[in-house]
Design a protein around this ligand. Structure first.
Ligand SMILES: Cc1ncc(COP(=O)(O)O)c(C=O)c1O
Length: 461
């Protein structure tokens, strides 16, 4: 038996052991109401994910390579987009999308310092931060009352001469009104970046969110619809933009062929590496023929002021397996959302319930949001603390109103109109988890605990 055969046998023994280990582990993970922490979200995986990662690690090539390419292709096919660029987080995906739009190589008018980007006043910080980090000016517009998405009806009036883009998040999975937003964007020649980090699996008339705008972003952090531990992706149909994003992701370098033949085969002698950059790179790089950089190694030629925001190859291996599981994960989220909705209908005098999906909006819920009505005879903090004391996790709606957060106290910004719903979201909204890990038994425990709070603590009959 050759060494290779022997190592293959050992590898498969490891895989079998992993399967056995996970099966044993799951047997010891009994849910004890009130004792087991009931997470609002978590990774759902089995030996397929772990063994795919192990195989990639045992392969000994850790940087992005074949698995990354395979994952990008599979995701592109799932979403029906031309280009997918993997990143190490959803936040990085947002940062790269906005940064890339500042590139002179865009070929059309790029974002410049002082340009305005319209954004909802409520949301997750790293939807907003790239705007500020790139020297752009956020224009805060209030969110809608029930979806907490940027109020599309207010966008047009908020546009000024300096406005160049819209940053839109699909909050907790509920799609923003992309038809209206794209119509406004097209008429005013605005970039649209869709933060779909919470919304993988949601669609409008069958078209996935994240694929309407100039670019869309996704997060694969453990709390999200599918996971690679940490991780993210940017999607776009603009090939040139995709190249710029890859450059920003990979230190700003000129060398961004996809697929990179050297990644596929480290022994490949790339003919483009020492070629004349002045002939093959976009003129905006101002590399003149015969200059010192002209024949410099393209891997070490920098055409953007970039970052390193790449994920690892084994994360892509996990992503491939998670994507296969995604339809099932989506169904579970929808089913758990429906159970929560059905239960909370009886308390609708005290809570504003979320909007539901319909024929047009297919929704993969990140969470089940509730907003306390003004007449609720209890405080949000009392309810979520009661739930926490009973080992049930909930979450607030991320940053709430950004303008109330210390980090943004002194930023340059414009505030359009009254910010009312974002304050309500900060003050009165919270959400339950919907992920597959919440079983019927756990769901019943949640309902019994809320019943207890409402009837025994608040004495609501
Ligand atoms: C709307 C939104 N955008 C971006 C992110 C950031 O994603 P990540 O944690 O992968 O950086 C999150 C995280 O939950 C989010 O909810």
């Amino acid at each position: 038996m050759g060494n290779r055969d022997k190592s293959e046998i050992i590898k498969h023994e490891i895989f079998d052991k992993v399967k056995e280990f996970l099966e044993e582990k799951s047997k010891s993970q009994e849910f004890i109401p009130g004792k087991t922490n009931l997470q609002y979200a978590g990774a759902v995986y089995d030996h397929n994910e772990i063994n795919a990662m192990l195989e990639s690690i045992l392969d000994g090539w850790f940087g992005l390579s074949k698995k990354a390419l395979e994952f990008e292709k599979a995701l592109a096919q799932y979403l029906g987009v031309g280009e997918v660029i993997l990143t190490n987080s959803g936040s990085s995906a947002n940062l790269l999308s906005i940064s890339a739009l500042t590139s002179k190589r865009l070929g059309k008018s790029h974002l410049q310092k002082g340009d305005e980007i319209i954004i909802a006043a409520t949301g997750f910080p790293s939807t907003l931060n790239p705007i500020i980090q790139n020297g752009l000016v956020p224009v805060f517009v209030d969110c809608e009352p029930v979806t907490y998405n940027l109020d599309a009806d207010k966008i047009e009036a908020a546009i000024s001469e300096k406005t160049r883009g819209i940053m839109i998040a699909h909050t907790l999975g509920f799609p923003a009104d992309m038809e209206k937003i794209m119509d406004i964007a097209n008429r005013h020649d605005l970039f649209v970046v869709e933060d779909a980090c919470d919304a993988l699996g949601s669609s409008i008339n069958g078209k996935p969110v994240g694929t309407f705008g100039t670019a869309g972003t996704f997060s694969f952090y453990v709390a999200h619809q599918m996971t690679t531990g940490e991780g993210g992706a940017i999607v776009t149909n603009d090939k040139n933009l995709a190249r710029i994003i890859r450059s920003f992701r990979d230190w700003g370098r000129a060398c961004v062929c996809q697929p990179c033949k050297v990644f596929m085969n480290p022994n490949f002698n790339c003919p483009a590496r020492f070629n004349h950059h002045s002939k093959i790179l976009n003129a905006a790089n101002s590399i003149s023929s015969g200059s010192m950089i002209d024949e410099y190694d393209r891997r070490y030629t920098y055409i953007e002021i970039g970052y390193n925001l790449k994920p690892l190859e084994f994360q892509a291996a996990m992503g491939i397996e998670q994507l296969k599981r995604l339809p099932d994960l989506i169904t579970s989220r929808q089913s758990n959302f429906n159970k929560l909705y059905k239960y909370f209908e009886k308390w609708k005098d005290y809570f504003i319930l979320p909007k539901r999906g319909n024929e047009k909006y297919d929704i993969c819920w990140f969470g089940f949001p509730l907003t306390l009505r003004d007449n609720a005879p209890f405080k949000r903090i009392d309810l979520i603390e009661f739930l926490k004391d009973n080992m049930i996790e909930t979450r607030l709606l991320f940053a709430g109103n950004f303008l109330k957060q210390p980090a943004y106290a002194d930023i340059e910004c414009r505030i359009f109109g009254d910010i009312v719903n974002s304050n309500t979201a900060m003050d009165k909204t919270f959400f339950f988890g919907t992920y597959k890990g919440i079983t019927d038994e756990m769901m019943d425990y949640i309902f019994n605990t809320v019943d207890k709070f409402m009837r025994n603590i608040c004495e609501i009959k």
